[in-house]
Design a protein around this ligand. Sequence first.
Ligand SMILES: C[S@@+](CC[C@H](N)C(=O)[O-])C[C@H]1O[C@@H](n2cnc3c(N)ncnc32)[C@H](O)[C@@H]1O
Length: 347
Amino acid sequence: MSEGKSEGAGFGKRVFGSLLADLYLPYDRGMGHAIESTVSAVKKLSPNAENILDLASGPGEPGCTLAKSFPNAAVICSDGAQAMVDLATQRATEKGLHNVTTMLLDLTDLSALPTASQDVVTINFAISHIDNPQGALKEIHRVLKPNGVLCGTIWQSFSVPVLANLVVTELLGEAPNPPPIDKMRFGDSSSLLDREFSETGFLMLDGHNTTGEIIFDMGPINGDYLAWKSVLISHLSKLEEMEAAGDSTIRERAEVTVQSLAKEKGWIQDGNMKLPGTFRSFCLARVDADDADRAAVAAASDPDILNRIAASVDPNDTAGLEAQAAVASFAALSDELDSLLLNDDSD
Ligand SMILES: C[S@@+](CC[C@H](N)C(=O)[O-])C[C@H]1O[C@@H](n2cnc3c(N)ncnc32)[C@H](O)[C@@H]1O
């Protein structure tokens, strides 16, 4: 795989003397709630999983925690950035996790893995990092066994990009160019991403769209303080370019501005920077697209079915899952028809 395909490729770069993958570690240390959310969903929905694939694991999570909880399962921790894969390998080794293999994998190209080979796929905080989530979902659908489970998280709200944007706006004197991919685009409403899930052949299971909170403790703002670099991780290359072009005080100004704006926002407590966020979990099962289509037709021809089948939550209940697919497809179709009718000014 070419590393250039992934935004993760950047994690192997050094900026202002720091490896970007290392600047991710303060976030990694604060991920406890999100890791717990994904691991407990997997334990509940696929308690006998034998093959688990963690995508975009960064420094190794939630894959390494899953490997500990499922000692008999073969767990793959993967990422699109070799620097992250190296950190995950180091973590698995340090924790003595003999059931972990690490791999360089792009989310949209899992061709290194056989079809229907995984009981579970997990992906925390990465499905919105690519411009083509459906491409990734298609690949995930392919590598999952029938009724296999997909669990993960996305940000619902996150202070870090908000703070970074304010700081860079102040440093540049104008708002920075919008990023090529808006990683928060699925944050406000669950329906956008849910539509992608339904269209790719995933059904929502118990625990889908539950939310949780994370507060990243970025450490003390005095002393040997590197947190400003982590906050500005997506903008450091631009700031380094400014330094190279002669702006010799940009580092100091960046550091001070991160501190003062975090203070204004109320994100400094007891001398430590604490950056909040809320995340949403997804819990899904793979269904066969043909079965889902057939069930949708059946449901469409008998609207009573919609009332009779409440959301199925048992991933082993194929009939229930197909029925739920029918509801999802039918509901999506009805929504589309409704909006077409609402937008139809012809009469
Ligand atoms: C916010 S981190 C999440 C890491 C980890 N899952 C966690 O929860 O801490 C996002 C990760 O996605 C990876 N990533 C971004 N685009 C990717 C792609 N197209 N394929 C694979 N990994 C990708 C990045 O390299 C990074 O490690």
